[in-house]
Write a protein that binds this ligand. Structure first.
Ligand code: SAM
Length: 302
């Protein structure tokens, strides 16, 4: 635990006193580029191992959905793709492969891509144990250098909502490039109302967290760039053994209206074919509000 009396961090002026930018209120950002901090360190060893634990814990829905929802969502995707066996699916932000394995068992050729080394290692081991031939790539979708390689792509659980808007667009463009002509992309977008489930302000002293294996003080706040479309969570991590260092992480929650997301898809070359309410997809009217967008990559010049 933190030990104030014996720790040099508490004998001198606390570092937060010296960092006046942390005191400026209200935090006022007019553009997502102004939000300070680094994006979540998905590829960091410690971070990726901790987030993997949550994704594998069926008791919480922090990193993925409960197994019965995963099953129903996957069956739904299989039902809207004609002849799943003829498809090569790109599972974007695949995590430990909980969806990818269901798709593979249904006869699809599957490639999963994720930034988290721990999730990819788990996914590879799990597929090998199950005798499933799934390809896993550790990397960012926005940097995927594939052209006309897949016939379908799937990005669920608000994958695009959690990206800086410019990165969101780069990612949709990368998906478009990666799809074959007439390939189908399925993006799940969370609704603005789901923000209410996050605690806007939080501070804790913890023995460890996603951000550090050492005891530290952890502050989190939600800041607004645009009240209707762009919020960010800022997390400040104070480690008493490194009193001069405050690490700041940012995590976006960007929402799109239906017309904004259709416009983004169109600008990247997609035609929106259909939308589906997540609560209908899993037949649970009380669940979180989100929309699945089904879009076709228009590449054949038609
Ligand atoms: C909320 S988890 C969802 C995992 C999985 N889709 C599921 O529902 O079980 C989001 C995943 O996206 C990955 N991720 C975040 N940014 C990414 C990026 N730019 N490219 C690829 N994966 C990314 C994270 O590492 C994490 O595993």
């Amino acid at each position: 635990m933190l030990a104030p009396a014996s720790n040099p961090a508490y004998r001198s002026e606390p570092v937060i006193w010296q960092r006046k930018e942390f005191w400026r209120r209200p935090l006022d950002f007019s553009h997502p580029d102004e939000i300070p901090g680094q994006d979540l360190p998905w590829s960091d060893d410690w971070f990726s191992k901790q987030t993997l634990k949550d994704m594998l814990d069926a008791e919480n829905d922090i990193g993925t959905r409960p197994p019965d929802c995963i099953e129903r969502e996957s069956r739904w995707l299989l039902s809207i793709l004609e002849e799943p066996r003829n498809h090569h699916l790109l599972d974007i932000g695949c995590g430990p492969g909980l969806y990818a394995e269901i798709f593979s068992r249904a006869g699809m050729k599957v490639t999963g891509i994720d930034l988290s080394p721990a999730a990819i290692e788990y996914a590879r081991t799990s597929a090998a144990k199950a005798g499933l031939d799934i390809t896993y790539v550790c990397g960012s979708i926005s940097e995927l250098n594939a052209t006309n390689a897949y016939t379908a792509a799937f990005a669920n659980y608000g994958f695009i909502n959690n990206l800086h808007p410019a990165l969101g667009r780069d990612s949709v463009e990368a998906v478009y490039r990666a799809l074959a002509p007439d390939g189908v992309a399925v993006f799940e977008l969370l609704h603005r109302g789901t923000l209410n489930q996050f605690a806007p302000l939080l501070w804790e002293t913890v023995d460890n967290s996603y951000f550090s294996s050492q005891p530290h003080l952890y502050l989190q706040e939600m800041v607004t760039v645009d009240a209707t479309s762009c919020h960010a969570f800022l997390t400040y991590v104070f480690n008493p053994d490194l009193p001069d260092e405050i690490r700041v992480y940012r995590y976006f929650f960007v929402t799109y209206t239906d017309s904004e997301f259709r416009e983004l898809l169109g600008a990247c070359g997609f035609e929106t074919l259909n939308t589906h309410d997540y609560r209908d997809v899993i037949a649970d009217p009380g669940n979180i509000q989100s929309t699945y967008y089904v879009a076709r990559a228009k590449k054949s010049g038609d």
